[in-house]
Design a binder for this molecule. Sequence first.
Ligand SMILES: C[S@@+](CC[C@H](N)C(=O)[O-])C[C@H]1O[C@@H](n2cnc3c(N)ncnc32)[C@H](O)[C@@H]1O
Length: 370
Amino acid sequence: MTTPEVSIETRNHWQTEFASLARAYWTADRTEALLRGKTAALSPRESPVLLRALGLLHRDASMPPAQVRKYFQINHMVATLRPALRELADRYGPLNLIDAGCGRSYLSLLLVECFRAREGAPAGAPLRVLGIDRDPAVIGECRRRASAAGLEGSAAFLASSLVHVDVPEAWRSAFGRPADIHGVIALHACDTATCDAIALGVRMGVPLIAVAPCCQAELARGWAGLADSGASGAFAPIWGAPQLRRQLAAQLTDAMRVQLLEAAGYEVRPTEFVPSEHTPKNTLLRAMRRRDGEEAAWARYDALVAATGGVGLGLAATLRRRLRTVCLRTLSEHDAGTTLEGEVGPGPVQEHADAIFEANQEQDVNEEPE
Ligand SMILES: C[S@@+](CC[C@H](N)C(=O)[O-])C[C@H]1O[C@@H](n2cnc3c(N)ncnc32)[C@H](O)[C@@H]1O
């Protein structure tokens, strides 16, 4: 998938020269001035080549002030994910991740580099990432960066929408063989792309889903519609006030996502992954798959939707359709060869699915299609 633009020899030479320049530039004082007592997953002194490939270091090895925020964002995201990734590496060995809405590959490449160089992953257990983004120009840039950093064997990139991507096929095509996927991560995948990342992870049943949402506009759009139609309700003063509507809708969108992840069987921990001085979009929903879907979480989701005006997330409809498919498939596997046609009514799995769908049919009709 990667097309190196320079020969391996030229690249190796450049990497050696730049690493030496960076070692000279990043004295203890300069490093301390940047980090101010904090530890970073990757410091400019230890991983200059990657940071240069990502555009976070200038050609003289300094870090332009405009890049400092991004540097801390991705370092903090990696630090917050580290315990979950360690847990997964202990359980599964080599980790395979999807970076959903990967943008210019900051997080994808930082994760690969951390596990390769520093993370204390078990020997022979590196981490591979497939970054997916719908923008082909961005994907071209990701491939150039991976190649410049020498990480093209562990990081591959695909131009695709998250909704329609065939991950097993994309992985096989990128890395030459099929693999289990252990996690879907998404840093600031805009608006409903975060929901698409969650849906992708649930669809594949991955052990870890970690999303740092941004631009949560879907609910705010629905509330604006309520205000325009003159609807009444306890939240009407918020529906009609754009600034309050945006802020509250962002919080409630994430609260609804937590319920939907729990409904799908994930244990979710919302955390602040980076101080707000680096980005106000600093909430991380870290979800580990622990159990079967939790019915009570559907009730909590429905209660949140009902209490705030009746507008929900398209993600709910997507997950409900998926639950129905899984239930029906389980039922047909369970029943195969064990019943006579017409002799018995629906089994418990079917009844469970039907009960959920009947209860929510009306709401689903009003939600956006997938
Ligand atoms: C704000 S950028 C964040 C990029 C990157 N994760 C980062 O933090 O640097 C969001 C990215 O998501 C991509 N995106 C948005 N919706 C998408 C979708 N439905 N499928 C695939 N990519 C999507 C955009 O093209 C964009 O590059």
